[in-house]
Design a protein around this ligand. Sequence first.
Ligand SMILES: C[S@@+](CC[C@H](N)C(=O)[O-])C[C@H]1O[C@@H](n2cnc3c(N)ncnc32)[C@H](O)[C@@H]1O
Length: 468
Amino acid sequence: MGRRDKELLENIEIEAIAAEGKSLAHINGKVIFIPFTVPGDIVDVQVKNKRKDYMEGVVARMVQPSPSRIDPFCSHYGLCGGCKWQALPYSVQLQNKQQQVVDQLTRIGHLKLPDITPILGSERVTEYRNKLEYTFSAKRWLESALEADNLTDNDKAGLGFHIAGMFDKVLDIERCYLQPSPSNEIRLFIKEFTINNSYTYFDLRKQTGLMRTLVVRTTTIGETMVIIVFAYEDKDLRIKLLEAVQTQFPQITSLNWMINDKKNDSISDVECFLYSGSEFISEKMEELSFRIGPKSFYQTNSEQAYRLYCVVRDFAALTGDEIVYDLYTGTGTIALFLSKNASKVIGIEYVEEAIEDAKANSVNNNIKNCSFFAGDMKDMLCRSFFDINGTPDVIILDPPRAGIHPDVAKVISEAAPKKIVYVSCNPATQARDIALIGDNYKITKVQPVDMFPHTHHLENVVLMVKKD
Ligand SMILES: C[S@@+](CC[C@H](N)C(=O)[O-])C[C@H]1O[C@@H](n2cnc3c(N)ncnc32)[C@H](O)[C@@H]1O
């Protein structure tokens, strides 16, 4: 550790909430970002990072907690990278998210806004996620090197989440409040079984060890998918574990495995094999049923996804005659949800498997007016595509955090649909994109939706109506 790392700042009062789930204070006019604090806390701060314009630090000692602080419910608070806002009452979290939307749309996009309706909070504030990915680590996070010296290899192994901001440090999780049962039970069983039977855990630095990651997906209708990811094939050990998991958890409806021998943990490009049960799990929304494959995207908070889609349907206010484009359609859920109110719906998305799911979802739900196309948006969306498939009356946009490509904004602007409903998980890029699409649109409605309690993340829906 360098000398700078040890610098201690005493009695610092936290002033406000900042980006990425942190809070901030000022020291001699310079901003310092500190995670796991709330406005009004007085803390001693250890400086970790000094940059020209700002500093980053961690709490060395809580001197006086803020009157607005509440007790975090999770024993892993303060280390785990999830649920960083637990010490803030949920009503305060929601106020901050609402403010984030106003700030970003006005400061970044310089957009003129109507009155923004209050954010739709999530009824469930724990166990709201339908998908979690846990990581195995041969060297779980330990408070000190001294602690490590006294542990066996088994005791050093961990299965859980990355420490806030550290891709190579995994915190062993005892109980996570994010996903309903049997998520915790499955993770704990797999940990106990693998440790008792001497399975090795992955070491990211050395690139050794068998057990890599574990994905658990659940649905509101009680189906469960499990994907166990190994670093290499050891057929005996693999089958022994899969058999034990299936026997212990008969409620698992889709049990899968993968071999990921790449350097990174991403499994989007790794082949998935079914061990037992069905290749898919299903989710229901009104009269629709969606199949979800091991690699398909599905909105992570199913109940709030429904409320989000209802906002989209409300904002689009379709009469039944419109040609609707659902851009960045994923597995086609918004397209299918809107289909009965539209003349036809076109969905575009670049993950081919997701488009296969969208087509299957369309057939399974007996929907005949939706077509789905796979490809990169900036290559797919062009004048000739509109000539073949029809010019859009309404465009739904739901891109990833990075927002849309400038070429896509240009094509949308030229196509001049009557309405654009822009759904975004990042109001900063949303603001930029709306400004790019141009002055021919007036923002008439803005509705933030909270999909992720105890985090700084949110979804925001904007209705843009073409000016006469
Ligand atoms: C936020 S998700 C929206 C999914 C869907 N609307 C839903 O509600 O489930 C964004 C989607 O955009 C897709 N995507 C990202 N970049 C893309 C690109 N350049 N072209 C086409 N699709 C893209 C992702 O694969 C992902 O499915």
